[in-house]
Design a protein around this ligand. Structure first.
Ligand SMILES: Cc1cc2nc3c(=O)[nH]c(=O)nc-3n(C[C@H](O)[C@H](O)[C@H](O)COP(=O)(O)O)c2cc1C
Length: 189
């Protein structure tokens, strides 16, 4: 049966051209666009249809609390000046979306849930990219601080972090590279 899909060239260009965005303009993308992206993201493959992804659209109160936690962590490790610079930068991030996957007592299922949610994140990033919105997927130190979970009101025994996504309209699009396919593809008889 024929499947409906964009052309191979269009698809390849989307996959190749999406970049992690570190610098955003001041404009915040509308929540409705993020909701549309989540609607698309959840069509990711997921074993046994566990649909393990959970999305938390974070508002000002929560993001301010995360920024302040991160500022404290940076101050403790690198001093007041570095903390102030980081605080200013983090305050300027336009959109914040937390993505978790539901835990399973079964290790295999837990790993599959994480993998499925990572696929969903990529779906989400690609969809947003087609709307001119860039994402930075972060798993930085702040997300590993135990108090982080209190700030986002998620029980870490029930869900695990997949990523804290920053999103917005790119102020700059970086370049990056990949190793040649020959370095990663091995053919077995
Ligand atoms: C699971 C995961 C965690 C990541 N965490 C971070 C992070 O904490 N900080 C960061 O700058 N980038 C992070 N990234 C983004 C990568 O640095 C980025 O994907 C990589 O540099 C390749 O760039 P590209 O996405 O533009 O191809 C993460 C990506 C993934 C998949």
């Amino acid at each position: 049966m024929a499947v409906s899909a964009p052309s191979p060239e269009t698809t390849a260009a989307l996959l190749r051209d999406r970049r992690t965005i570190h610098l955003f303009t001041d404009e915040t993308p509308p929540d409705s666009l993020v909701r549309d992206a989540i609607e698309v993201a959840r069509w990711a493959p997921n074993h046994r249809l566990t649909e393990p992804w959970r999305f938390y659209l974070l508002g000002d109160t929560t993001t301010t609390a995360i920024v302040e936690l991160n500022t404290q962590l940076v101050r403790a490790r690198r001093g007041a000046r570095a903390a102030k610079a980081k605080q200013a930068r983090w305050r300027s991030i336009p959109g914040w979306l937390l993505v978790t996957s539901t835990r399973s007592p079964d290790d295999v299922r837990d790993q599959e849930n994480y993998a499925a949610t990572a696929c969903a994140v990529q779906n989400l990033q690609l969809y947003l990219w087609t709307h001119g919105v860039g994402v930075k997927w972060t798993t930085g130190r702040v997300t590993r601080d135990p108090t982080f979970w209190d700030l986002v009101q998620v029980d870490p025994e029930v869900e695990r972090l997949v990523g804290l996504l920053w999103y917005g309209y790119p102020a700059a699009v970086p370049t990056t590279k990949r190793a040649p396919v020959e370095c990663i593809l091995t053919t077995r008889p």
